[in-house]
Design a binder for this molecule. Structure first.
Ligand code: DGL
Length: 262
């Protein structure tokens, strides 16, 4: 494939930027298009059928319009249900992000905590992962949309309230030794999660593995020069000024609107 491959990254909000950062660190020369479906955010509380229809439509349109070579569904909540249909509809590679249960279980001595969205912790896909890859270690699941909101707030410059975070994570505190960040928003608040769970708890996410997968699919032909970066949202984002400042630091131009017509 060409050195200037066009890659499309999808999430419901800014969480996929944690995956973007991992990929762009390895492959800065690619052209990145990022789309977030904030009109239907949070995906962790969205009906299955609505989620699938929206993702299919958005990805289908953008792949054609932007001449995309590879898609990353940088959202665990979406990946756990949309990958088979997307892969059957598209001729380009579709990389998904699912909770890193397998490596976490291998690293744990006591128990694994899975921190994800309310939808991801109920998905059959997630339960299958646990059955297949964590037979010997118990996995305790915690689903929270508030944590997702906190990551959205932090990216816009708002401080995280550690007391609130402690209350949310209380069910996992003191009896797990590995925590899976099973939502792409959570690496954005990793430091705060670490300080609440304690330094002895290992935090695992899928970002690095996704970047390796993309590199394997597109080739590692490194170039210093940065590719282009553009970002789209399905609705006007809140605190757009603060968001754009953060996006500009990540080399993106300001957010452009891309309404979804279903
Ligand atoms: N970032 C997403 C995930 O990985 C979804 C967050 C949400 O919209 O609920 O699951």
């Amino acid at each position: 494939m060409s050195n200037h491959s066009n890659i499309l990254i999808f999430d419901s909000g800014v969480g996929g930027l944690s995956v973007y950062q991992e990929i762009a660190n390895k492959l800065p020369h690619l052209n990145y298009t990022y789309i977030f479906d904030n009109e239907a955010y949070p995906y962790g509380e969205l009906a299955h059928d609505t989620l699938i229809a929206r993702v299919e439509k958005l990805i289908g349109c953008l792949v054609e319009e932007k001449d995309i070579d590879l898609v990353v569904i940088a959202c665990n909540t979406a990946s756990t249900i949309v990958l088979p249909t997307l892969r059957s509809q598209l001729t380009i590679p579709v990389v998904g992000v699912v909770p890193a249960i397998k490596p976490a279980s291998n690293m744990a001595n006591k128990a694994v905590g899975l921190i994800a969205t309310p939808a991801t912790v109920t998905r059959e896909y997630t339960h299958d992962l646990i059955r297949s890859f964590s037979q010997s270690k118990p996995v305790e699941m915690l689903g929270s949309t508030r944590l997702v909101d906190m990551a959205e707030e932090k990216l816009r410059g708002k401080a995280i309230c550690l007391d609130e975070l402690t209350n949310i994570l209380e069910p996992l505190r003191h009896h797990i030794d590995v925590a899976v960040l099973g939502c792409t928003h959570f690496p954005l608040i990793k430091e705060e999660i670490q300080s609440v769970l304690g330094e002895s708890v290992l935090l695992v996410d899928s970002g690095e593995a996704i970047a390796r997968r993309v590199e394997a699919l597109l080739g590692a032909d490194k170039q210093e020069k940065c590719g282009e970066r553009s970002i789209f949202s399905t609705a006007p984002p809140w605190e757009e000024g603060a968001l754009n400042r953060a996006l500009n630091q990540l080399q993106f131009s300001s957010v452009q609107h891309y309404p979804l017509k279903i």
